[in-house]
Design a protein. Structure first.
Length: 322
């Protein structure tokens, strides 16, 4: 990004009632010049590379199709998300692409956008209602979590004490992944979960929680994590503790997780093909605006892929090379 664009983005963040990601200055087109081609892209914080990737892939794809974009972060705050939806309506956006701040609390904002003629396309996280969003395109969290749990069982040798790192309590994906983990893990009586810690998808918090886990449970043999940010935090805490051999799996397919899998510090992760999902959402926006329909059902799932030592070298930026 040029210095001029960078300063413009920073200035914009300072004068609006909401802001783009506080962790990153984002290039934002404030207006589409009245040509009716503005798409709002609203995601959680870009401090998480997963959300940064989905936002930028969606933006790049939209620009390639001739749209202008406005990228903003709700930081998992429903009030801020509601303000951003109102801004999209006020700005005359033709569509909103959103990775939402809560399965239940997001529905009113999506409905309000629909009532004002602005279609919403949800990615990564679903809401609890249908009929308000045009599309809800998500990874198959259930399938991916079961698959990575099987990899964890194999690495654990089907026995031993383990801990679970749980994501954001308001996020439906956290619940789905944890439930799917236990559909697999609870079949093995010699595997024993000694603690579950909520780490809110956050790497630093996971590091702190893992430090305490390692201190409180000296016989722990593995850690299963609801996302890669937490898994990476756990891995770094384990490395710092000089306790080798603890088996760690995550979920997302991030570059940081891939690095640790390549170096035998993590066992596996489940790749969410978020780059593909973000691009797909834009193509569906384009179809909907041009044809009045996406030609697909509202609820759509894309299967995950287990990433381990066998295929990790083909993984980059949440994309697995063919």
């Amino acid at each position: 990004m040029s210095l001029k664009k960078l300063l413009s983005a920073v200035a914009l963040c300072g004068i609006t009632a909401f802001s783009c990601s506080a962790q990153e200055s984002i290039e934002i087109n404030v207006s589409d010049g009245g040509n009716g081609k503005l798409i709002y892209i609203i995601t959680p914080s870009h401090a998480n590379p997963f959300f940064k990737t989905e936002a930028h892939v969606a933006a790049d794809t939209a620009r390639d199709l001739g749209y202008t974009v406005k990228i903003c972060s709700h930081d998992d705050n429903l009030v801020k998300q509601s303000e951003l939806f109102e801004a999209a309506i006020s700005d005359g956006a033709v569509a909103i692409i959103c990775d939402n701040a809560g399965a239940e609390g997001t529905t009113p904002a999506v409905k309000r956008a629909k009532d004002n003629g602005v279609p919403t396309f949800l990615i990564d996280r679903e809401i609890n209602e249908t009929g308000f969003a045009v599309a809800q395109i998500v990874s198959n969290n259930y399938q991916g979590a079961k698959a990575v749990a099987e990899a964890f069982v194999q690495a654990m040798g089907e026995e031993g004490e383990y801990a679970e790192l749980y994501g954001l309590e308001s996020d439906a994906n956290a619940k789905i992944r944890s439930a799917a983990f236990h559909e697999v893990l609870d079949k093995y009586p010699k595997l024993r979960r000694v603690t579950m810690q909520i780490a809110n998808w956050d790497q630093n918090l996971a590091y702190q929680k893992t430090e305490r886990i390692l201190s409180s449970y000296p016989n722990i043999k593995g850690i299963i994590s609801g996302n890669d940010n937490m898994a990476v935090g756990a891995t770094e805490a384990v490395i710092a503790s000089s306790k080798p051999g603890i088996k760690i799996v995550g979920f997302d397919g991030s570059n940081d997780a891939a690095k640790y899998i390549r170096n035998d510090k993590m066992v596996a992760t489940a790749l969410q093909p978020i780059a593909d999902i973000a691009a797909l959402a834009v193509y569906e926006v384009d179809d909907y605006l041009k044809k009045g329909s996406t030609g697909k059902s509202e609820k759509q799932q894309v299967d995950c892929v287990v990433i381990n030592k066998d295929n990790v070298f083909f993984l980059n930026d949440f994309t697995l090379a063919q």
